[in-house]
Design a protein around this ligand. Structure first.
Ligand SMILES: Cc1cc2nc3c(=O)[nH]c(=O)nc-3n(C[C@H](O)[C@H](O)[C@H](O)COP(=O)(O)O)c2cc1C
Length: 323
């Protein structure tokens, strides 16, 4: 599998509400080659919205980041892409444009996957952004909009023609949301059609999945989202599998709890309302552990680090008692 722009081949996906500096730093530490910010509203940035700007903060030790923008106005997208390039300089790896998000509040404004239904506008956005920045510009989209109506190959060709430097394909239709399984065939079809690098995305849950996707599709890089929730170790497993090495063993209960504790601490270093985010991460880290179902209720009331530590302490005790 060839690298995307060099050595980036295993990527943490942009994830709203998840891929903040805390989660990115843990995924990078475990072997992600590059991580994407949560999607950033171009409109929000243009209003100098502080809440939007802090999405662009870098994690400790993060030398390069992928930034994902969403919006539908070519001029706003272009001016904000230039602002990001200026603000991040060498720390910016590339700018991605979100054309895949199916959330109603996004598509109702013509953003995200709605752009798959307006490919002319989507191409205008790519051209406008490309004209305004030096960094590579990539586009992330889905198999198509309506279930059964695969438009990804045509769409990819139009994005390439408009100047996109790479494309990321998630093998589900927008109307499918996250239902069913991702179709990797479409990644292969896009790869055959375009000459820019193609990133494959959807349903990578273990190292073997990444190897299978790479072999079946010929993709240049793989992108991982939900599989890494509560499981940053997935990046180490994927890197090992792609290198042809045995996958490292799954983390022990103690390691899972220790990672959850670190995650909570990292979140307190982030601006804004942080620790509430830890509730969902805690559920993910602890899923399936003895006592986790009962801890769920407590986690929903955690409002600070001490609250989380108390839950983790209790779960550790239960785990030790079970072992
Ligand atoms: C909580 C969550 C937030 C997401 N936020 C974004 C986002 O901001 N931008 C984007 O392009 N995709 C977003 N996605 C989609 C993922 O990047 C990815 O395309 C999708 O989850 C399929 O990959 P997976 O099977 O590895 O999860 C999000 C997905 C989830 C579950």
């Amino acid at each position: 599998m060839e690298g995307l722009f060099g050595s980036y081949r295993v990527l943490l996906a942009p994830m709203a509400g998840v891929s903040d500096i805390a989660f990115r730093s843990l995924c990078l530490e475990q072997g992600a080659d590059l991580a994407f910010t949560e999607m950033v509203s171009a409109k929000g940035l243009s209003f100098a919205n502080e809440k939007t700007r802090h999405l662009l903060a870098l994690a400790d030790g993060e030398t390069q980041v992928g930034v994902q923008l969403f919006g539908h106005e070519p001029d706003v997208m272009a001016s904000q892409a230039a602002w990001i390039e200026d603000a991040l300089g060498e720390n910016l790896a590339y700018l991605d444009i979100n054309m895949g998000c199916p959330a109603r509040k996004i598509v109702s404004k013509g953003d995200g996957s709605a752009l798959m239904k307006t490919p002319g506008l989507a191409a205008d956005i790519v051209r406008a952004v490309k004209d305004n920045v030096q960094h590579p510009v990539t586009v992330k989209f889905r198999r198509g909009w309506g279930e059964g109506d695969e438009t990804a190959v045509d769409f990819a060709l139009r994005m390439e023609d408009a100047g996109a430097d790479a494309v990321t394909v998630h093998g589900r239709f927008a109307e499918q949301l996250y239902r069913g399984s991702a179709d990797w065939g479409v990644i292969g079809r896009v790869k055959e059609a375009v000459s820019v690098p193609v990133v494959g995305n959807g349903d990578i849950r273990c190292g073997a999945d990444a190897v299978a996707m790479a072999q079946q599709t010929g993709c240049d890089a793989v992108m991982i989202a939900r599989g890494a929730e509560g499981n940053p170790w997935l990046f180490a497993q994927v890197q090992a599998a792609l290198a042809g090495h045995p996958e490292p063993a799954a983390p022990s209960i103690e390691e899972r709890i220790a990672m959850a504790r670190r995650h909570a601490r990292l979140l307190t270093q982030r601006e804004g309302r942080n620790i509430v985010r830890m509730r969902k991460h805690a559920m993910w880290y602890l899923a399936g552990l003895p006592g986790a179902a009962a801890a769920r209720g407590c986690i929903n009331y955690c409002t600070n680090l001490e609250d989380f530590d108390a839950v983790f302490d209790e779960l550790l005790e239960i785990a030790v008692a079970h072992s």
